[in-house]
Design a protein around this ligand. Structure first.
Ligand code: FAD
Length: 524
């Protein structure tokens, strides 16, 4: 058997670090010794530090003092108790509180350093998922839920559930995100209008609070912590286990893309489908824009139609793509074509611009992986991503379209990346949770998923983002940003609005030393 020499060196360094106190630099620049008695697997080698200092956004670079690779939740609890000033592990210490910050990191797919801990300790949640017993994902005997290590990725949850013929009901577009990471935001995608975001489909959580207490919570048990943590941006505790709702899994998907040149017809049909009037039982609904000043990706469409679609985009400058999916399996196979027929007959598009693929359920949910592979192959994955995501109230979506899409985006010389545009229902969200959405029954998910690189200059993309936000502010369009990163406290207070007092009260209850997820810049 051959051994990778660099892996042996890392293993040796890890062993040495376990045997000697680890020196880390706290945020205040004070050196802190993590005593051996804490019994932690802490890494301070350049590779581990560098990997934890960057994220998918590729905009920030924030070095932690150390990375914890825990094999049990108890290790995380010990670290947090020590960070709070519990010196029972270190009788010689004289300081009152070490003062270093702690951030959980799932897949590090944040955009602007939200999973960072400057000079503090980043907790690598994948370590916990790898050592979870009996497994990172355990599907219940009756198949109605799975207990999942929070560092596991959604693709792992899906694979384990499908092996038992069941599946989570609501997904993000991209599955290589950690369960703890998306539950700290909301976890949204094309199933939200029907099932709600991922935070609405959790029965129970195990959380280690900022004080280092290990607490199980649910709507009935410690509800304050449960609701706080869901959408709580990592501020109140580190989720170690989540009990995720599951349902019967279909086997295949009829996946449609329908093209519109008229924005009103596009949104009317989208809203009709999510209203579930005459319930057509659509399982997935999203939408995106194709613009002549962007890369027109026609790969979904049959080869023979790709030129026709590209010409349509050039002719109209902008085409709205309604994306809808209907799941089926052997029991629903006999009626699926009839269902699709009924569905499409109720919509207001020109029939020659409807396209359909018939794909396995897993491939449909995993569709963004292909895009990732394509972007990686041309060096456009590991570039800066100044993404802007927001929720726009339905009552102002026409103004938003005029001012932002036509007024700003279409007037750019070139746009980069995908623009998502689809409505969803407020009644599938639970207002007790920390996540913020507009105060209207229907609101739109809008994502400007731009990549800098090639001819796209980062500063220009940032300036476009600023102009979009300014337009909304000046026009009184009450958007709520998603995956946002504010640096001013007043912006956070405005974001949380009526929920700010609960949010800050929960911080005092569960993380009074304000140690957790400092990269969100809320309480620093
Ligand atoms: P990280 O970046 O590691 O962490 C995010 C935040 O959560 C940090 O503050 C961190 O401290 C905290 N955190 C992480 N784990 C825990 C835990 N166990 N307990 C407590 N706090 C924790 N989002 C959607 O909703 N829908 C989408 O369709 C979608 N698509 C995406 C596609 C791509 C290609 C990318 C890069 C991102 C996408 N996102 C989407 C955004 C994604 O949901 C968030 O960035 C999410 O935080 C990523 O999970 P992560 O494991 O990488 O989190």
């Amino acid at each position: 058997m051959t051994t990778n020499p660099s892996l042996s060196i890392i293993a040796l360094m890890t062993l040495l670090m376990c045997l000697t106190p680890t020196l880390i630099k706290s945020q205040e620049g004070i050196d802190v010794l993590l005593p051996i008695t804490l019994n932690l697997t802490v890494l301070t080698d350049p590779f581990s530090i560098s990997a934890a200092s960057r994220d998918f956004g590729n905009i920030t670079d924030v070095n932690p003092g150390a990375v914890l690779c825990p094999s049990t939740p108890a290790e995380v609890a010990r670290l947090l108790r020590f960070a709070n000033g519990d010196f029972s592990y270190d009788s010689e210490s004289t300081t009152s509180s070490p003062g270093f910050k702690v951030a959980a990191r799932g897949q590090g797919h944040s955009l602007r350093g939200q999973a960072s801990a400057p000079g503090g300790v980043v907790v690598n949640m994948t370590c916990l998922a790898k050592t979870a017993t009996p497994a990172a994902v355990v599907v219940s005997a009756d198949g109605t839920y799975a207990d999942v290590a929070a560092g596991a990725m959604w693709v792992e949850v899906l694979e384990a559930a499908l092996a038992r013929g069941v599946s989570p009901v609501t997904f993000t577009d991209y599955l290589y995100l950690s369960v703890g990471g998306t539950l700290s935001n909301a976890g949204i995608g094309g199933q939200v209008f029907r099932h709600g975001p991922q935070i609405s489909n959790v029965h129970e959580l195990d959380v280690i609070t900022g004080k280092g207490d290990m607490v199980t919570c649910s709507p009935k048990l410690n509800p304050e912590l449960f609701y706080g943590v869901l959408g709580g941006l990592g501020q109140f505790g580190i989720i170690t286990r989540a009990r995720i709702a599951l349902d019967h899994a279909p086997t295949r998907v009829k996946w449609l893309r329908i093209l519109y040149s008229d924005f009103s017809a596009f949104t009317r049909d989208q809203e009709r489908l999510i209203s579930m009037a005459n319930d057509l039982r659509v399982d997935f609904l999203e939408g995106q824009l194709m613009m002549s000043n962007g890369i027109v990706d026609t790969s979904f469409f049959p080869l023979s139609d790709q030129t026709r679609v590209a010409s349509l985009v050039n002719e109209h400058r902008i085409i709205y793509v309604l994306e809808v999916a209907k799941y089926y399996d052997t029991t629903t196979l006999p009626i699926i074509d009839q269902v699709i027929d009924t569905l499409t007959r109720t919509l207001g598009f020109t029939s020659e611009f409807m396209f359909m693929q018939d794909v396995p359920y897993f491939d449909f949910l995993n569709r963004v992986r292909n895009e990732e592979d394509k972007l990686r192959s041309i060096g456009l994955w590991e570039v800066p991503h100044p993404w802007l995501n927001m929720f726009v109230p339905k009552s102002r979506v026409l103004d938003f379209h005029e001012g932002v899409i036509k007024g700003l985006l279409l007037n750019q010389t070139a746009t980069s990346g995908v623009t998502l545009f689809y409505p969803t229902n407020r009644n599938k969200w639970n207002n007790l949770m920390s996540a913020m959405i507009p105060n209207e029954d229907v609101f739109y998910v809008v994502g400007f998923l731009q990549s800098a690189g090639g001819s796209h200059n980062f500063e220009e993309l940032e300036s476009l983002n600023d102009r979009i936000i300014n337009f909304c502010n000046n026009s009184g369009i009450k958007i709520k940003e998603y995956l946002m990163h504010y640096t001013k406290k007043e912006d956070w207070i405005k974001h949380f609005g009526p929920k700010w007092s609960d949010f800050s009260r929960r911080k005092m209850m569960f993380d009074p030393e304000k140690l957790l997820s400092p990269g969100q810049d809320i309480f620093n």
